[in-house]
Ligand binder design. Sequence first.
Ligand SMILES: Nc1ncnc2c1ncn2[C@@H]1O[C@H](COP(=O)(O)OP(=O)(O)O)[C@@H](O)[C@H]1O
Ligand SMILES: [Mg+2]
Length: 360
Amino acid sequence: MAESFAIGALADGAGEARLLAPKFNRHTFWCGQSGSGKTYALGVVLEQLLLHTRLPMVILDPNSDFVRLGETRPGAAAEAATALAARDIRVRRSGPGSAEPLKARFVRMPVRSRAAILQMDPVIDAEEFNALLRLEPLLQAGLRGHLVDWLREQPNPAAMRMAQRLENLGVADWDLWAWGDRSITDDIDDRPDAVVADLGGFAEPGESRAAALAVLDHLWERREERLGRLIVIDEAHNLCSPDPLTPVDRLLTERIVQIAAEGRKYGLWLLLSTQRPSKVHPNALSQCDNLALMKMSSRRDLAELASVFGYAPDALVDRSPSFRQGQALFAGGFVEAAEIVQMGERLTHEGGSDVRVPLR
Ligand SMILES: Nc1ncnc2c1ncn2[C@@H]1O[C@H](COP(=O)(O)OP(=O)(O)O)[C@@H](O)[C@H]1O
Ligand SMILES: [Mg+2]
């Protein structure tokens, strides 16, 4: 099996640009302003990882960009198309009418995550939170049927309060919840080649964050399996803000920073993509040993990048403002030497690309 795979052409001079597959056992930071081609280029790399490795990946996809990752384009090379068609790529969609919807199990999430979804704080709402903790054994052992109905039947004021929060916040009505049905965590546990969690179609913004939290909590809970897994987070600033405002956002940032700091020893490897390095928690950034930098005009952002990613040569980082769409600087462990690349073509369809202006 090849140790490296082609992703495009070297921008300076001739030749193929290659990434070292074994070095995806590091965290990767992918950065570039909006429209620079991050999602497209990320797709090129994910396709090649699917073709050349057995690295299972979980993709948190906020804009439904990867929902067609399993569908090859008509022009794609036949051999690659056949190989990709044989990969187990599971796309779990949000939004109405999906045959394979993205679902998660509320009662299987950690208590702290459930409390956060119910906008409860362990310190500010100490009493209620503690009552929830004490209800936990009964809930895990005794739950039958619908959660809210069950809670209302319990002779326990904590259960009643939880039912009220679920209903008052509208959380009980979210499409996200699996109740008895299949959850995305079941798909993850089957270890397919890729699981795409489409976070883009939920009715409530809270649902997509709760879905991401359910996935990340699950991966972390199972870390002792030490499987080796790539966790791709596009638009990572949504989930790993340095100043998270809500309880769920705080847990998301905390979880991603924890995976960044400790995940490597468990085989949990992050690939974080974003427009602005300053909008991702610095403790996640600083753990990334691989860098892909696309066009970025902001000198301030570039200066920050150069200081965090000391291994990226300044002379190449400085060229970023003049990159064309699809050009990227690759630096760090996954390249032999830092280089600027013109990304190759996608083999599969892009998903939710921009809505186009209809022309006459
Ligand atoms: N290398 C490329 N070749 C052809 N089209 C591209 C390429 N990179 C990006 N595009 C197109 O440009 C648009 C923006 O790219 P996208 O990857 O969504 O940018 P970003 O994620 O950085 O905002 C998309 O419509 C995409 O199809
Ligand atoms: Mg994008």
